[in-house]
Design a protein around this ligand. Structure first.
Ligand SMILES: Cc1ncc(COP(=O)(O)O)c(C=O)c1O
Length: 400
C-alpha cells in the first residue's frame, strides 16, 4: 500500500490577491469589542449598529410563521417569488412614479447583495466608480475588490452633506461606468433634494453611465421628500434602485432586499443569485408580501419615534463641549463634527467606548473624508440615548 505523507505543519493559506483589497464594515468590529467589554462587566450603550431596536411588526412575523407551516420551505425561483416581485413592482411604481414590471425586480438576501452584484456585473478592471465619501463602506470595498478605480466624491457639512454637482462634474471621465448615490444617507443623514437629483440627471445627460441609487432609508425622511433619480426622464433604464425590508420594517435579521433595474440587467442579477445563493429564503419572501401590502401603522410609529429621538439626541450633542451636530434630515444617524475636541475621530471613538461606555463609530469608518466626525445610531431607546449623552458629557468635562 502506498504511504501518504501528511504535512506536519499547517500549510500556508494562499488567498487570491483580490482578498487583500476587500474592506469591511467597522460597525461589526466595534460591536464585538463592546461585547468583549460587557463580558468583563462594563456597561456599554450601543449606538454603533444601524438597526432598528424594535421587533419586526407582528403581522409580518405571523405571515412568516404561517409560511413555514404551509410548505414555503423549499427552493424558489432565483429572481424571487413571483408574487413578491409583482408586489415590489407595484410599490416602486407607486412610490417612484415610474411604471415598473415584475421582470425588472430581483429579490436578494438584504440590500447589500445589490451593491455587490451591481459592481460585479458592471465594473471591469480600471473602470471608474464615483461614490459618496463619507459613505457606506461596502461601496469602496467592492469597487477595490473587483479592481475598479474608486473615485470618492466628498460630501460637505456646509451643504448638509448633499452632493456638489460641480464637484461631480469634475470627477466624471470617459472611464466612469457607475455613479453611486445614497439618499437618505448613511452616515450623515443627508437627503438629496429634487433639485439635486435633477441637476445630477442633467449632468449625466446622455452619457452611458449607470447609477446605483441606494434608497434603503427611503421611508425614513424627516424633512423634505424622498426623491429617486429613477423618476427622472430617461433614467429608469439607467438606474439600479436598491431598497429593502431591513430598516423600514425592522427586519435586519430576515435578510431580504431587492433591486429594480432594466429587465436584461435583472436577468444577469438573477444569474448571480443562481451562482451564489440559489434564491432568497422562501418563507421570508411570503412575509415580505405582507410587509408591503399589510398595515403600515407600525412603520409610521417607528418613524415618529426615530424622529423624536433624533431631536433629543442632536440637541443634547450640541450642548457637549467640542461637539456640533447638524440636524440629519433622514435615516437614523447623528454625525457630529468633533474637530473642536482636538481629538482624531478614531481615538475619540475608542476612548468613548473604553472610558465612557458609549459605543459609536469613527467617521473614518466611512472613508477618509469622515475624519473629524463620529457616527451615532439613534435607533436605541430614549433612555439609553440620554444615558449616552450624560456619559459623553461627563467624559468631555474630565478630558477636554
Ligand atoms: C446605505 C446602506 N445601504 C445598504 C445597507 C444594507 O442593508 P441590508 O442590511 O438590508 O443588507 C445598509 C445597512 O446598513 C446601508 O446603511
Amino acid at each position: 500500500m502506498p504511504t501518504v505523507l501528511m504535512p506536519t505543519r499547517q500549510l500556508e493559506l494562499r488567498l487570491a490577491n483580490r482578498m487583500s483589497r476587500l474592506g469591511t464594515e467597522t460597525a461589526f468590529e466595534v460591536l464585538n469589542r463592546a461585547r468583549a467589554l460587557e463580558k468583563q462587566g462594563k456597561d456599554v450603550v450601543h449606538l454603533e449598529i444601524g438597526e432598528p431596536d424594535f421587533d419586526t411588526p407582528s403581522n409580518i412575523i405571523e405571515a412568516g410563521v404561517n409560511a413555514l407551516h404551509h410548505g414555503w420551505t423549499h427552493y424558489g425561483p432565483a429572481a424571487g417569488n413571483p408574487e413578491l416581485r409583482q408586489t415590489i413592482a407595484d410599490y416602486v411604481s407607486r412610490t417612484r412614479g415610474v411604471p415598473v414590471s415584475s421582470d425588472e425586480v430581483v429579490v436578494v438576501p438584504g440590500g447589500k447583495p445589490i451593491i455587490f452584484f451591481s459592481i460585479l456585473a458592471l465594473v471591469d478592471e480600471g473602470d471608474e466608480v464615483i461614490y459618496p465619501n463619507p459613505g457606506f463602506p461596502i461601496y469602496e470595498s467592492m469597487i477595490n475588490y473587483v479592481g475598479g478605480r474608486a473615485v470618492p466624491i466628498q460630501l460637505h457639512e456646509e451643504r448638509d452633506f448633499s452632493l456638489d454637482v460641480n464637484e461631480l462634474a469634475s470627477l466624471i471621465s470617459d472611464r466612469t461606468k457607475l455613479i453611486i448615490l445614497n439618499s437618505p444617507h448613511n452616515p450623515t443623514g443627508g437627503v438629496l433634494t429634487r433639485k439635486d437629483i435633477r441637476d445630477i440627471a442633467n449632468l449625466i445627460g446622455d452619457r452611458n453611465i449607470m447609477v446605483l441609487s441606494d434608497e434603503i432609508y427611503s421611508r425614513l425622511v424627516f424633512e423634505g421628500e424622498d426623491v429617486s433619480i429613477m423618476s427622472e426622464p430617461g433614467f429608469k433604464d439607467r438606474t439600479i434602485l436598491l431598497d429593502g425590508f431591513s430598516k423600514t420594517y425592522a427586519m435586519t435579521g430576515w435578510r431580504m432586499g431587492y433591486g429594480v433595474m432594466r429587465a436584461d440587467l435583472a436577468a444577469q442579477f438573477s444569474r448571480l443569485n443562481t451562482n451564489s445563493i440559489s434564491c432568497t429564503a422562501s418563507f421570508t419572501q411570503i412575509a415580505g408580501i405582507e410587509a408591503i401590502r399589510g398595515d403600515q401603522s407600525s412603520v409610521d410609529k417607528m418613524n415618529a419615534e426615530f424622529k423624536h429621538r433624533r431631536d433629543v439626541f442632536v440637541a443634547g450633542l450640541n450642548k457637549i463641549k467640542g461637539f456640533s451636530c447638524r440636524m440629519p434630515k433622514g435615516a437614523f444617524y447623528a454625525f457630529p463634527n468633533v474637530t473642536k475636541t482636538g481629538w482624531p475621530s478614531k481615538k475619540l471613538a475608542d476612548a468613548l467606548l473604553e472610558e465612557a461606555g458609549v459605543a459609536c463609530l469613527s467617521g473614518t469608518a466611512f472613508g477618509a473624508f469622515g475624519e473629524g466626525y463620529l457616527r451615532f445610531s439613534v435607533a436605541n431607546s430614549l433612555e439609553n440615548l440620554t444615558k449616552a449623552l450624560s456619559r459623553i458629557e461627563a467624559w468631555t468635562a474630565k478630558n477636554l
